[in-house]
Design a protein around this ligand. Structure first.
Ligand SMILES: NC(=O)c1ccc[n+]([C@@H]2O[C@H](COP(=O)([O-])OP(=O)(O)OC[C@H]3O[C@@H](n4cnc5c(N)ncnc54)[C@H](O)[C@@H]3O)[C@@H](O)[C@H]2O)c1
Length: 371
């Protein structure tokens, strides 16, 4: 069986999620290749060493370039702050390696465009961490839409809100820098835009409003020194889809009470589907003629669920979605007809997010493919 060496950059929130997913994927699925955890890199060398031991990686590097150049690494997984995706992915592509990059793809449309072009020219497999799309209930929703169970789709109303920045005393982080990240739209909204495209298709035009509510935040936790903030805290947008459907998307990291509220309602001429990531094992559906919604619960009839549990209602969690994402990446690397978000699709998400920013700034409708 072919061996594939995984090199993972970053040991934060997502670094840990990727490490768990690679370990779990080996345990849960009969993969067509043998995965080896070849190397782990972090700017903090000591932490890279500790995490490599705990997570089962053979090598630890303080310099990510050493990981990219490591001959045992075939796939470079990037879980660093957004502005580092571009240099790391471009170096990996130049070395002929597959890239599994966290979202959003980049911090500018120009960077995202260069990344998709480089990947295409090099012929390497790429994937981006839009993990929520790997939920078996989302697969089911997509099938129901494709089968025409909702009729002609007329509306997508989506929201992705959390409250981790709701306190004005929540300190500055890389997520608050325009050059390093891009605010609630980049952080949360990108997942929602990717989901909207995945389920309803291309978006033709947008108009939007973005707002920075807290213009200053402490430089570090508890500090009296304040840093100016220019990124959006919340965004609201109207969408027109290529298939004629209309939509709304909104995203906030200030909305008290919400922890992972990636939610949507999709309505068609024959019914409505509703989903909320805070109840990720459920899908609510109302078909024409029903008085109200029926609640569908995830169970082993869905292959992605059955891989983890033979019993309905026992529930998948966030880390299982990440494991399903890794399975899809490996199938793509083995040439086995997979269905993930590659750099081309992630660039489309960046183009849509950029159109929303331009529409908000210029207070007008923007045609997405004019960018
Ligand atoms: N898919 C999802 O659901 C999801 C969720 C959270 C974050 N993310 C994305 O994951 C990425 C990382 O977010 P996070 O929350 O894990 O951030 P984090 O701050 O927790 O971790 C970032 C990691 O990158 C490391 N790092 C920074 N500079 C580096 C360098 N030059 N070389 C090597 N390592 C370096 C840091 O030491 C840290 O380990 C972001 O792009 C974010 O948007 C995705």
């Amino acid at each position: 069986m072919r061996e594939l060496g995984i090199g993972l950059i970053g040991t934060g929130f997502m670094g840990r999620a990727h490490a768990l997913a690679f370990n779990n994927a080996r345990a849960v699925f009969e993969l067509p290749v043998h995965l080896t955890l070849a190397a782990l890199a972090d700017a903090d060398t000591e932490r890279a060493r500790r995490c490599a031991t705990a997570w089962g990686f053979a090598q630890a590097h303080g310099d990510w370039q050493a990981l990219v150049n490591d001959p045992n690494v075939d796939v470079v997984a990037i879980t660093t702050p957004n502005h580092l995706h571009y240099p790391m992915a471009m170096a990996a592509i130049a070395a002929g390696k597959a890239v599994y990059c966290e979202k959003p793809l980049a911090v500018s449309l120009e960077q995202a465009d260069a990344m998709r072009r480089a990947a295409s020219a090099a012929g390497v497999v790429t994937r981006v961490g839009y993990n929520y799309q790997h939920n078996p209930m989302i697969t089911l929703a997509r099938q129901m839409i494709a089968n025409g169970e909702l009729g002609e789709i007329v509306s997508f109303q989506g929201e992705f809100s959390e409250d981790f920045m709701a306190d004005p005393a929540s300190p500055w982080s890389w997520r608050c820098e325009v050059a390093h990240a891009g605010g609630a739209l980049a952080d949360l909204g990108s997942h929602l835009l990717s989901m909207a495209r995945y389920l309803v298709g291309d978006v033709v035009s947008v108009c939007a409003d973005t707002q920075t509510v807290h213009g200053q935040r402490p430089a570090i936790n508890g500090s009296a020194e304040l840093k100016a903030i220019a990124v959006d805290d919340q965004v609201h947008a109207l969408l027109r889809f290529a298939n004629g459907a209309r939509g709304t998307v909104s995203s906030s990291w200030l909305k008290h009470g919400y922890k992972n509220h990636l939610s949507f309602e999709i309505s068609g001429t024959k019914g409505t589907l509703a989903f909320d990531q805070e109840r990720l094992n459920e899908l609510r559906v109302c078909r024409v003629g029903q008085e109200g919604f029926q609640r569908l619960l995830a169970g082993p009839a869905l292959p992605g669920y059955a891989a983890f549990s033979p019993a309905a209602g026992h529930q998948l969690g966030y880390n299982e979605l990440k494991t399903l994402e890794v399975q899809e990446l490996i199938l793509a690397l083995a040439g086995q007809g997979a269905d993930g978000t590659d750099f081309e699709a992630a660039w489309e998400v960046e183009r849509l997010a950029t159109a929303i920013r331009v529409a908000a700034k210029e207070e007008r409708w923007v045609t997405v493919n004019s960018l």
